[in-house]
Write a protein that binds this ligand. Sequence first.
Ligand SMILES: CC/C=C\C/C=C\C/C=C\C/C=C/C(=O)SCCNC(=O)CCNC(=O)[C@H](O)C(C)(C)COP(=O)(O)OP(=O)(O)OC[C@H]1O[C@@H](n2cnc3c(N)ncnc32)[C@H](O)[C@@H]1OP(=O)(O)O
Length: 302
Amino acid sequence: MALASGVRFAPRALLRPWALLRGTTLGRTEPAAGGGGDGARRFGSQRVLVEPDAASGVAVMKLRNPSNALSLELLTELVISLEKLENDKTFRGIILTSDCPRVFCAGLDLTEICGRNPAHCAEYWKAMQELWLRMYLSSLVLVAAINGACPAGGCIIALSCDCRVLADNPKYRIGLNETLLGIIAPFWLKDTYVNTIGHRASEQALQLGSLFPPAEALQVGLVDQVVPEDQVQSTALSEMARWLAVPDHARQLTKNMMRKATADRLLRQRDADTQNFVSFVCRDSIQKSLQAYLEKLRQRKG
Ligand SMILES: CC/C=C\C/C=C\C/C=C\C/C=C/C(=O)SCCNC(=O)CCNC(=O)[C@H](O)C(C)(C)COP(=O)(O)OP(=O)(O)OC[C@H]1O[C@@H](n2cnc3c(N)ncnc32)[C@H](O)[C@@H]1OP(=O)(O)O
């Protein structure tokens, strides 16, 4: 499997991705609902459904994990689906959206870093880095159709796209709220925030752990459009058409020019970033606060 980073990254899950997917439908194709013609074959896995439209060169990728928390399996399946589309010259763009009601993506799956050993936390963080690198540097146009809450790691996914369309629902807040959980956004995530909304706005939002409701997210430049919920998909398609109107080679080289330095910074320090992450999240105090946060989430549900 070609990796965005070159040779150093070899988490077990990605070396044996199919092992994680036993019993799922990844790699199988089936007719899309209401489809059946050329380009209407969908494929996917347990946690990622891909609806490709060969005629337009656009695939819709739907996340369908509980709350779309970024489990190791979800990260792995996302990378595999992305790679599959990247390698198929039919496709020029992906619309990323959620199949879960009210949640686009709940961020890191905290159960992957709570009560786990350092080796597991390292494997998990490498998978997170890998997904971000692949998305951030993707040659395809990525449009996020954000149809639900989008905190922390969910915001990372959205920020790594080229364009963001958010549903106008005050419950669908977006931002990097890590500090409120007692954790810290890594430098590459901070850089992505700064690249998107500027230094001062990032400084404020990161320290305060701000989750922006739609109008504020638009105002600060975190999203590009806010539209009624039933128009998120159609608006994402219109945005996609606008981006695809530009010749691929010129757009791709420009994207690379804008993003390469940020990605290279992580590539240069990937191991150190992993070590920082592991030693930070494995501290007793951080484990305790993550446990308490998870407990609060579970109780809130009941
Ligand atoms: C080198 C750097 C050094 C250190 C770096 C350290 C850390 C890395 C820093 C940054 C990277 C990113 C970090 C993160 O992403 S942390 C996760 C942040 N996410 C959140 O705070 C969101 C929490 N969830 C919610 O607010 C709500 O669930 C949500 C608004 C998304 C949906 O609300 P809804 O009412 O629809 O669902 P719930 O009933 O609340 O939840 C359903 C179910 O899902 C579980 N759940 C939710 N979110 C998570 C999660 N992130 N991880 C694990 N599980 C989650 C929730 O407990 C319920 O479970 P269950 O009761 O079992 O059904």
